[in-house]
Design a protein around this ligand. Structure first.
Ligand code: CAA
Length: 292
């Protein structure tokens, strides 16, 4: 189990990113800008096209601000290869998966990655709350499985939360920490508890904002303005929930509720109803607010 030497961060030359949504495309951008060859994998060609457009636009913003040369921007885009077959990841040093928040789906993916990737490859999950230990247990290399939790939008947010599973090796932890620093992030380290550090604290606040709205304490605008101006947050909690995705918020709250067994994490019925109605937030054009 996990006997192969994992590559040093400086040797992480090829990175596989799975899932070409907002998180996956942002992570691919960061790895490419740091000089890695990137394989961005998604079964949906439209998602890959959207990802390339969003990466080009995001890097373009840096060029227009004079923070990146046009040549470096072009080179970064060229380093990203869009693929649809997981077999393409067989030579990578590090895989970061950013697919949907479903433990079953992620476990199946980890089984496949364990079979396909070279024995020394590190397998990382961008999960926002699912147990790394349980994902690792689906593989034959639990010492090389780790959580690498990025924040949206990944090119802007300065944090990576690294989660050690029960068997993650010290060596893999320090390699992933160095790699995260190499792509410009500040690292915090969490043990493998539900919601880790940030979502353990953020999601109850978002849930409480829904309760305040649900019970008629105030309007959505006043709740958000209150938290923006009263606590200097860049977005109010309801606007942030729309930005994250109400389905993601609900799924994290359910992980907290089930894993920590305290009713204080029970999702507000209004959040549940919005998700049931398909009001998933900004990505769907409708959540707490309308973006249409
Ligand atoms: N790529 C490159 N640059 C980007 C960018 C991107 N994807 N998105 C924004 N920017 C840049 C803009 O160019 C702009 O740069 P300048 O200030 O130099 O002009 C700067 O970021 C600010 O952007 P905007 O002016 O467009 O908008 P804003 O000031 O409202 O900021 C925001 C947008 C950065 C998203 C800000 O509102 C914010 O920080 N919001 C909170 C985000 C947050 O909390 N994210 C974490 C959510 S939790 C999570 O992701 C994890 C989970 O598990 C749920």
């Amino acid at each position: 189990m996990g006997t192969q030497a994992a590559p040093a961060a400086s040797e992480i030359a090829a990175v596989g990113v799975i899932g070409a949504g907002q998180m996956g495309s942002g992570i691919a951008q960061l790895a490419a800008a740091a000089g890695c060859g990137v394989f961005l994998l998604d079964s949906d060609p439209a998602a890959l096209s959207r990802a390339v457009a969003s990466i080009s636009s995001s890097l373009g913003r840096l060029v227009s601000k004079g923070q990146l040369s046009q040549a470096a921007c072009d080179d970064s885009v060229k380093r990203i290869k869009c693929v649809s077959d997981v077999q393409e990841l067989r030579g990578v040093d590090l895989v970061i998966e950013a697919i949907i928040e479903s433990e079953d789906v992620k476990k199946k993916l980890f089984v496949e990655l364990d079979r396909i990737t070279k024995p020394s490859a590190i397998l990382a999950s961008n999960t926002s709350s699912i147990s790394i230990t349980r994902l690792a247990s689906a593989t034959s290399r639990p010492s090389q499985v780790i959580g690498m939790h990025f924040f949206n939008p990944p090119p802007i947010m300065k944090l990576v939360e690294i989660i050690r599973g029960a068997d993650t090796s010290e060596e893999v932890f320090s390699q992933v920490k160095s790699f995260s620093e190499r792509i410009g992030k500040t690292v915090i380290c969490s043990q493998d508890y539900p919601g880790f550090i940030v979502n353990r604290i953020l999601m109850p606040m978002i849930n409480e904002a829904f309760w305040a709205l649900y019970t008629g304490v105030a309007t959505k605008e006043d709740i958000d303005t209150g938290m923006k101006l009263g606590t200097n947050h860049p977005m109010g909690p309801l606007q942030l929930a729309d930005f994250i995705g109400l389905d993601v918020c609900l799924s994290v709250l359910r992980v907290l509720h089930n894993g920590l067994g305290d009713n204080k994490y029970s999702p507000c019925p209004l959040l549940v109803q919005y998700v049931d109605a398909g009001r998933l937030g900004k990505k769907r054009g409708l959540g707490v607010y309308s973006y249409r």
